[in-house]
Ligand binder design. Sequence first.
Ligand code: ADP
Length: 473
Amino acid sequence: MDIVFVSAEVAPYSKAGGLADVAGSLPQALTPYAGSVRVITPFYGDIDRNKYQITSTKITGQIKMGKESVPYEVFQSTPQDSEMLIWFIGCDQYYSRPGIYTEANGEGFSDNNNRYFFFQLVVLDLIRSGSVSADILHCNDHHTGLLPVLMKVAKIDVKTVFTIHNFLYHGHFSDVDLSLLPEGTSAYLQTTQWDNYSALLEAIDHSQVITTVSPGYARELLDGENVDDHSLTRIKLAASRFSGIVNGIDQEYWSPELDDFTPFHFNKHDLEGKRKNKRELLIKSGLELDLDAPVFGSISRLVENKGFLLILDLLDEFVERGAKFIFLGSGNPEIAEQLRQACNKHPRHIAFDDGFNEPLAHLIEAGSDLFLMPSRFEPCGLNQLYSLRYGTIPIVHRTGGLGDTVEPWTAETGTGFLFQPYKTKELRQAMDQALHVYSSDSLWKALMVRAMSQDFSWDRSARQYYQLYQDRK
Ligand code: ADP
């Protein structure tokens, strides 16, 4: 079985969010089951060619984009200790600039539709020409959502699988964009209620297998939670092809024992390093060096649905009760400004790093006591899984993948604190309960050990994906 996995982001080469983590680790976990696994992604300008020993395959081609003919070149890299190949699609016009989806100021590139149409047309070209052999074409999110229909139009016999990492982003496009696609494509497409097209919904209509990244989120989508009526009709028509598989994590890259970014390694049998990391984190963040105070960490894109409104409501109150907060994130300027104001008000208790910072993300996981992830909705969520690995106890809204992966605390069981409904009062109660447990060394230690004993390796999920690849044609 030749598996081709197509994604707009792949860690560690390019990353804006969880999609990159999945694309960087699921394909690797599929290698024991497959004849070959190949990941295809754009060759963005920020990707370090030397560091990853990326070389040209000498495969080149041209794609007709309206009146223009735009050239591409395929580059490749083989990650260390891996049997899979990463193919990068190079194209000066679309990918050599810095950034994945946005300008430095956070504004989306104005030609994003062209950039991802081009990307998909290159993948089509590579499969059609035989440069790539594919039994399974696994597409991810709207940037690759048109590939299933492109395969139908081109009458290519490949099983198409589509994974929804986030239903919020549709990749809407217009009739003008449509003219870039091969003749005959429009007959397969359906307009939305806004008279445009959604690459995400096209993927749902045309893929043979549709998955999302947790069973809980699959249920929510089928129940129409946060889904408009038009989309729900199309999801319901696809219900028999729809399922949820919870994401795994790269347990070596996110490991308190192996992590290069963690200054003091630790494990569930020896937690001494955790306290030293906490010290390091407090010093680095410029916060008061009180090692007994509970430290809440947060690493997140700054968007409304990650629950910042609830958190911001509670900061003053919990700071007064002695808690510390360390935020890392970038995105919405208004949320960033509110976090900055909170820091200015409590400079020794609240820290905020506005940016994308992989080493700091690891240190926050390693050094915090608790992890705040009160997302309004969350398809899977990865940071709560990383947190469990580091004994950093997650406080989460019971939704989607958060509800599937964090078990509510009781004196003898559970791995974190959950709340529902999505309201400040309920989050406060969960934080209260967490602090109550934190005040007992023995209960807290037992909770950390339970959290650190969870297994979220990719193997189980990879087997489920493989089963789906085999099941249906
Ligand atoms: P989403 O995909 O919705 O952003 P996930 O929890 O699934 O949320 O994945 C987010 C990933 O991005 C995690 O690996 C997280 O550590 C990382 N991340 C998010 N923001 C930052 C940041 N500012 N700096 C470093 N890593 C970040």
